[in-house]
Design a protein around this ligand. Sequence first.
Ligand SMILES: [Fe+2]
Length: 465
Amino acid sequence: MNAKLPANPYLDGNFAPVRSEDDFVLAVTGEIPREIHGTLYRIGPNPQFAPIDPAYHWFTGDGMIHAFRIADGQVTCRNRYVRTPKWQLEHEAGRALFAGFNPRLNDPLAQGRDAGTANTNIVSHGGRLLALNEAYPPFEMTHDSLDSRGYAPDYRGQVTAHPKIDPKTGEMVWFAYGVGDRPLSNRLSYGVTDRTGKVIRRDDFEAPYSSMMHDFMVTENHVLFPVLPLTGSLERAMRGLPPIAWEPARPAHVGVMRRDADVSTIRWFSMPACHVFHPMNAWEEDGKIVADLFRYDAAPLFPLADGSPGEHGMARLWRWTFDLSGASDAVRQEPLDDLDGEFPRFDERRTGLPYRHGWYAADTRGLNASEPLRLNAIVHLDKAAGRRQVHELPNGDLTSEAVFAPRTPDAAEGDGWLTAVVWRAAENRSDLLVFDALDLTRGPIASAAMPRRVPFGFHGNWVPG
Ligand SMILES: [Fe+2]
């Protein structure tokens, strides 16, 4: 089947899609603690058919969910496509109709049709399991059977794939970019969904320019909108140049707003160009806002505005500090760590609050010099102890994002497990690994073997119970 795929690094190796929808019982090595009871939902792109555009972009494949259910020391895995309108239309046609970021190559049957892929993140909130893609509204799935229910009502447009759930209020806080009728516009939305799943706020405002704003930061009282120069331009696209491109001559901006205030009060801070896909966490401290995030000197995965590939390295963990009492709009920047990495996570019960423990996936062997996201290690940072632990996988094996699962709902911060789906290169197969989250040096305390591989995806979340 994969022989029909065009030559493309994101259709090769463990980026290549799987097309089967399966239910597996996994063989467990070691012992899964009985306290672990819940589901790790993971999502990523799995194009249903060979892409039209040989320059297929990883971000544009159909969403597929792998749900690892852990209970009574046993692990099962169920995977299903997110049956979006795009997936349905292509399924009926028996071939790809949409050409991803290059709609000029779309099949006529795709004209004017919804192109959402729901492939980026999977979040449980307000009783709904939501598959998210930042250019479309949340798409609802059922928690157990992974049946597709359709776009969640009342969002009135796209929503980020990286909403934050406030641990005190239970609200889901979110944003959207490129909103309105004009494609690639500089309009943003700020939105709030209450703990029952009802959208209670959606306000639009203008950013300094159109930016592909993948993620943002939320603290107890503030929200931060990073407008970084990975820009969108319809005018550029009409000239046959990249609709989304890295423009390093533009400054980076971060808009800071109180969550209880009107969008007209946003204060814009500025700094030289840099890129961030994923913050770890942000919090308030002595009249300042502090944010830890994975910062790139230049955005990867996208070309320069003239279409040339540009140069970029990997991201490392940095800290940004915003002094709300000062008159300057400058951002203090400092590096926190010296390993290349991505996919920062923490104990999300500390969302928007000071936190101690963080985890990320790292490249300790310089693997990303040739191809991106070759992540061979899992890292734990204990900020209070100033300690870093690195668990390197056996040679050739690669990890996806690691996700924290608390031992109990009120366990101390970091007390619980770290879960990671890793690709075993030699066997071309995947394992679900379970670590003691605060002691990676022990190695995995349990491993659950998939009979096949789980393609590299984007994000996942632990849902207890
Ligand atoms: Fe992301």
